[in-house]
Design a protein around this ligand. Structure first.
Ligand code: SAH
Length: 336
C-alpha cells in the first residue's frame, strides 16, 4: 500500500490528521526511500556545495575542544545526509593530537538509505561511526559536541491561526487542509525540535560540550515571521505539502529563539551563516584551495564561496545558533 493510501485510511478512520503527524509520516517515508541531495535530486545542502563548509565546522569544533582542555568527547551529528560534512570536518579534526584517539562518533539517522551512504563516505575517516535512531540512545557519559545542518527544519511542526489548528483531511481524490478549533495564540512551533533542544541542553549542562545548529530560520522575536513557513521541495521546486505525501521534502523555518529558550544553557546567535563562515576563515581557506589549480577549478571554488556566504544566496537566509555547555569556553565566531 502506498503512503497516500495508508494516510487516507487513517484519516477516514480517525478524522483529520494534525500537521505534525502528517509531517512525521511524510518525511519518514521520504528520507527512508531515497538520497534526495544534489542536482539530480530535490535540494542541495551547504556541505554538498563545497568541502570548505565541513572543514570550517571541523575547525570550529577543534578550536573549542582544544580550549576546553582536549577531553574525550562524544562527537554527534544529527541527520548527516550523505556524511559529507562529517568527513570534511574529520579531515581537520584528525590532525589534532589526541582527538581521534579519544573521541567517539555518533550519527543520529533514521534512514537506512542514508546510513549506507554515510558508511561509504566515512569509510576512510579516523573515527568509525555508531548509528542511533535518536539522541537518547547515545551514552550519556562524556561532553557532547553536536552538529546539525538542515536537520531541525525537517522536524514536524504544528500551526495555529485565528483560533484553529491545521489538520489534513481527505477530499474525493486527495488531501486538503482542515482547520479545527483550538484556543491559543497564532503560531507555528515544533514540539519535537524544542524537546530535542531540551535534551541537548540537559546533556551539555551535565557533562559540558557545545552544539552548532545551522538552518533556514528566524530568531522568533517578530510576530509576523515563521507563522506559516511550511513548504515542500521536489526537484528544486516548490511542491504543495498536501500532494503526493512522502515524495517531497517537507520543511519549516526553525525558530531559533524557541530552541535557545528550551535548551537552558548559554546560547549564541542566531548569526547569519555568511558572517560566521567569514569570521571562521572561509576566505583564506578558499584561496588555499584555489592555489595551483587550473582556472576552471579555481572558479568553482570562488563560486562555492559566494554561494555559501553572499547574503543574496545562503549567507543570510541560513543562520547558526551555538550552545555552550557547563564549564566550556565561548564558541569562536559569535562575539564581536
Ligand atoms: N545534514 C545533511 C542532511 C540534511 S537533510 C546535509 O546538510 O546535507 C536531513 C537529514 O536528517 C537526513 O539525513 C534525514 O534522513 C535526517 N532525518 C530527518 N528526520 C529525522 C529524524 N526524525 N530522526 C533522525 N534523522 C532524521
Amino acid at each position: 500500500m502506498s503512503l497516500a493510501d495508508t494516510l487516507r485510511q487513517s484519516i477516514m478512520a480517525d478524522g483529520p490528521m494534525r500537521l505534525d503527524a502528517w509531517m512525521t509520516a511524510c518525511n519518514g517515508h521520504y528520507y527512508a526511500s531515497r538520497d534526495p541531495f544534489g542536482a539530480a535530486g530535490d535540494f542541495t545542502t551547504a556541505p554538498e556545495i563545497s568541502q570548505m563548509f565541513g572543514e570550517i565546522i571541523g575547525g570550529w569544533i577543534g578550536d573549542i575542544w582544544t580550549r576546553a582542555g582536549a577531553p574525550a568527547v562524544h562527537l554527534v551529528e544529527l541527520g548527516p545526509g550523505r556524511g559529507t560534512l562529517m568527513a570534511d570536518a574529520l579531515r581537520v579534526l584528525g590532525r589534532l593530537p589526541g582527538f581521534a584517539e579519544t573521541a567517539t562518533l555518533h550519527l543520529v539517522e533514521t534512514s537506512p538509505v542514508l546510513r549506507a551512504a554515510q558508511a561509504q563516505t566515512l569509510v576512510a575517516s579516523p573515527l568509525a561511526p555508531h548509528w542511533h535512531d535518536d539522541l537518547e540512545a547515545i551514552p550519556d557519559t562524556a561532553p557532547l559536541i553536536v552538529v546539525a545542518n538542515e536537520f531541525f527544519d525537517a522536524l514536524p511542526v504544528r500551526q495555529r491561526k485565528a483560533a484553529a489548528e491545521l489538520h489534513i483531511g481527505v477530499t474525493d481524490d486527495g488531501f486538503a487542509p482542515v482547520w479545527i478549533a483550538s484556543a491559543g495564540p497564532d503560531r507555528e512551533w515544533s514540539p519535537a525540535g524544542e524537546a530535542l533542544a531540551a535534551q541537548i541542553g540537559a546533556r551539555l549542562d551535565r557533562h559540558g560540550g557545545a552544539a552548532l545548529v545551522i538552518d533556514y530560520g528566524h530568531d522568533g522575536s517578530r510576530t509576523d515571521e515563521g507563522l506559516d513557513s511550511l513548504q515542500g521541495l521536489r526537484h528544486h521546486m516548490s511542491h504543495d505539502p498536501f500532494i503526493d505525501p512522502g515524495e517531497a521534502d517537507l520543511t519549516a523555518h526553525v525558530d531559533f529563539g524557541a530552541l535557545a529558550a528550551t535548551a537552558g544553557v548559554p546560547a549564541h546567535g542566531p548569526m547569519p551563516q555568511g558572517v560566521l563562515l567569514t569570521r571562521l576563515g572561509i576566505e583564506p581557506r578558499a584561496e588555499k584551495l584555489k592555489a595551483g589549480r587550473d582556472t576552471a577549478a579555481a572558479a568553482r571554488v570562488s563560486a562555492a564561496l559566494v554561494r555559501l556566504t553572499a547574503p543574496v544566496q545562503m549567507g543570510a537566509l541560513f543562520k547558526v545558533l551555538a550552545f555552550q555547555g557547563r564549564g566550556w569556553p565561548q564558541p569562536a565566531g559569535f562575539s564581536e
